[in-house]
Design a protein around this ligand. Structure first.
Ligand code: ADP
Ligand code: ZN
Length: 731
């Protein structure tokens, strides 16, 4: 027998080995094997096994034999292996890189093992009468009553010492042995059990849709409509029929509250996988899943690979979140892998969101996904009214020319301060990507072909479209209002904090952005301080827009809705809609009614109007029309070919050459190739970055072009190149 092995070096090829007769019966695909490789021993996964000479690598030369099986229980089931292969092919990533992404590193570490601790078991009666003191007799009885326990814990509880326990052991009253002790990420948390809530009509209909579905279901439910309760009951139904479930949540939403909701309902059957776990916890959680002890897995994107047997359901909560996309090799989307896994394993898939991605929405329109809609809030509190504030009027009134806060918003904040209620103010920073906005009206120059805001490139002082690669010279005057000054920085949170402090010297203001969280206090510290009422106003970036629930917040202000709308990204409108819907969901979640104020220099823009009205369907219809006209996703697949080098000239030259060569394939399978362009982030960590955008009706047309160029034009040392299929970020 010959086995084909993926060796853990990301070589993007498989190696054949002879299976010794002694191992033939034990060997199975998905196992971790130990194999000779060059002059050393390597480890790798068995991918395929078959008769000698069957595989393409059935070379006549004698094959080296497998040295051993590291773990007889396969790390990958046959269906997970199939999934891994599909994802590798779709994203054009080495199989080995997908295998590695699918397994927590902690599980594969050579010295990884379960933690052992001493466990005390009741042992029998020991010698009768003499030789056993009453105290010892009592201790042994307690051990029996408690049905044993960890040595350290028992000593603490029974006020004794390990030495005394050892004496009991010598007397034959107890047995002490090492046992694997689970490192439990939920340990020490008080988990109160909850019961299923009686569902309202919309929830019942949604649950029925999920239970009866033959395709993935898009659960389109406004913030607070009770999507989580629907997930919980759908999972309970799977458990009742012996099947398991995976719940994916964006990393940022994996707060203790989220985990608690699942743990409260399903107790010890829940496993949590996320980046904040210690290696030991991750190792134990993963093994509890593989062993079938944990049947419900909650985690961010990597949890989509969890080895849940008899998988019945995968939930992708907030399915539109960009964090489901891995921005490193292998560049997969966990949402798309979830859908694929559902198909491979015959599991139901639910994608939930108040603001679905246009990709998923389009899949509903195409009949690929079923739709379940929940338009009402389930618990207390109505969705708050959203008011638009026209900043152009404010600008005329303000002497300095650059108003950050409108009078309407300042009045609203003042009222909250007087009432002792809290306010969240939200400011979208432009980050490193620069749009070239008119300082007077906020208008941004856009590519006429793609409708995407141009990116300002300081190096060659021009504007570039990051979809088609087209460029334009800097305008002398704003095409909308004629003003001649431009601004590519936007307002920072620090400046906003200072300005607010001037208006309300006594207000307690907390600021949260990338700077404030890396220093001094963590994200969690700031949020818990705000929750405890230690501040009146929380001012921050995107970070504060998500999944947080503050009962005393009755006002949410968005300082610059336009900044997000004007980002040079074809998803700018979609992101803006999502953001506005999300921040509105933050106000008035408890008994107190909420209010949302959105400041904009262009409140007539359909996206902002639709967001204020909470009309997702209207927004989606408009935006899809624009996407279709410009041949953008979801009407095509879009991939970025990224090239980088520490040598400025090399990077540009190779990008130009790739674009020219790929250009020769244009039209094949509908392929559209952009010009080569410097990335929006032109230089990072000493690397000069360039990119080429490929679009085609099918992903396979793009992968074919990529495979061809990667083999026909191998880049020299010093140049790196990658493909990002279905790119989420064009920066
Ligand atoms: P979503 O996930 O859609 O944002 P949640 O599941 O967080 O919504 O639900 C919002 C609130 O409504 C929660 O406090 C939840 O306990 C409550 N809730 C959900 N379903 C019901 C129900 N059927 N009856 C009463 N309250 C409910
Ligand atoms: Zn363009």
């Amino acid at each position: 027998m010959v086995v084909r092995v993926a060796i853990d070096l990301a070589l993007d090829r498989l190696f054949d080995y002879e299976v010794p007769v002694a191992l033939e019966r034990k060997l199975a695909v998905g196992q971790l094997l130990s194999v000779p490789f060059g002059r050393r021993e390597a480890r790798g996964f068995a991918i395929e096994a078959g008769d000698a000479g069957a595989g393409a690598g059935g070379a006549p030369r004698p094959l080296k034999p497998v040295s051993g099986i590291v773990d007889e229980t396969p790390f990958f089931s046959p269906s997970l292996l199939e999934l891994v292969k599909k994802v590798a092919a779709y994203t054009a990533s080495p199989l080995e890189s997908v295998l590695r992404a699918a397994l927590p590193a902690a599980v594969l570490r050579r010295n990884a093992r379960a933690k052992e601790q001493l466990f005390v078991e009741p042992g029998g009666n020991g010698p009768a009468g003499d030789g056993v003191t009453p105290r010892q007799r009592w201790l042994a009885e307690q051990v029996a009553r408690l049905d044993g326990g960890w040595l350290s814990q028992l000593c603490a509880e029974l006020k004794t010492t390990p030495g005394s326990m050892r004496t009991l052991e010598r007397l034959g009253l107890v047995k002490i042995a090492a046992r694997a002790r689970r490192r439990d990420p939920l340990a020490g948390r008080r988990v109160l059990p909850t019961r299923p809530l009686p569902l309202n009509d919309e929830q019942s209909a949604a649950l029925a849709a999920v239970r009866g579905a033959t395709s993935p279901v898009l659960l389109f439910g406004v913030t607070g409509s009770g999507k989580t309760e629907v997930y919980l009951q759908a999972i309970a139904a799977e458990l009742a029929s012996g099947r398991g479930a995976i719940v994916l949540v964006p990393e940022i939403a994996l707060t203790p509250q989220t985990v608690q909701r699942f743990a409260s309902r399903f107790g010890g059957r829940v496993a949590v996988l996320h980046s904040a776990l210690s290696d030991g916890e991750r190792y134990d959680e993963w093994h509890r899943i593989r062993a079938g002890e944990a049947r419900v897995v909650v985690g961010p994107r990597g949890a989509v690979w969890a080895p849940v047997a008899d998988l019945g359901l995968i939930v992708v909560d907030e399915e539109h979140e960009p964090s489901y996309k891995q921005e490193d090799v292998p560049r997969y989307s966990a949402r798309d892998v979830a859908v694929l896994r559902g198909a491979v394993e015959g599991a139901r898939v639910v994608l939930g969101s108040a603001t679905p991605s246009l990709e998923s929405w389009m899949n509903v329109r195409r009949g690929k996904y079923a739709l379940a809609a929940m338009r009402k809030r389930a618990g207390a509190g109505a969705l708050p009214p959203v008011g638009l504030v026209d900043m152009r009027e404010e600008r005329e009134l303000s002497q300095s020319g650059g108003a950050i806060f409108s009078r309407a918003l300042l009045d609203a904040v003042r009222i909250r301060l007087e009432r002792g209620e809290q306010t969240i103010l939200f400011l979208n920073r432009r980050g490193y990507s620069r749009s070239f906005a008119c300082a007077a009206c906020g208008a941004v120059a856009e590519c006429p072909a793609c409708g995407v805001a141009y990116t300002y490139h300081r190096a060659d002082r021009c504007l570039r479209c990051h979809v088609c690669g087209g460029w334009a010279e800097l305008p002398a005057a704003c095409p909308k209002c004629g003003a001649t000054s431009f601004d590519c920085r936007g307002i920072g949170t620090q400046r906003a904090e200072a300005a607010l402090g001037k208006c309300f010297p006594r207000a307690r203001i907390l600021r949260m952005d990338a700077d404030s969280t890396s220093r001094r206090r963590s994200h969690d510290d700031i949020l818990s301080a705000f929750r405890r009422g230690e501040a009146d106003v929380l001012l921050g970036t995107q970070m504060i827009a998500k999944g947080l629930d503050f009962p005393n917040v009755t006002l949410v202000g968005v300082l610059n809705a336009d900044a997000s709308l004007n980002l040079p990204d074809f998803r700018a409108a979609e992101r803006t809609y999502q953001l506005l819907a999300q921040v509105s969901g933050r106000a008035g979640r408890a008994e107190l009614p909420g209010e949302v104020l959105v400041q904009s220099y262009d409140p007539e823009v359909p996206t902002i109007r639709a967001a204020a009205a909470g009309d997702f369907e209207r927004f989606a219809a408009d935006e899809l029309k624009a996407r279709e006209a410009a041949f953008l996703p979801p009407f095509c697949h879009l991939a970025v070919v990224g090239l980088k080098s520490k040598d400025l000239r090399l990077a540009g030259a190779w990008a130009g050459m790739y674009a020219a060569s790929l250009g020769n394939l244009e039209g094949r399978g509908g392929l559209v190739v952009s010009d080569a362009m410097p990335s929006a982030l032109e230089k990072a960590d000493g690397w000069y970055r360039w990119q080429i955008v490929l679009r085609a009706p099918s992903a396979s047309a793009i992968v074919r072009a990529w495979r061809w160029i990667a083999s026909a034009r191998p880049v020299p040392k010093g140049v790196r190149v990658h493909l990002d299929m279905d790119a989420v970020s064009l920066m």
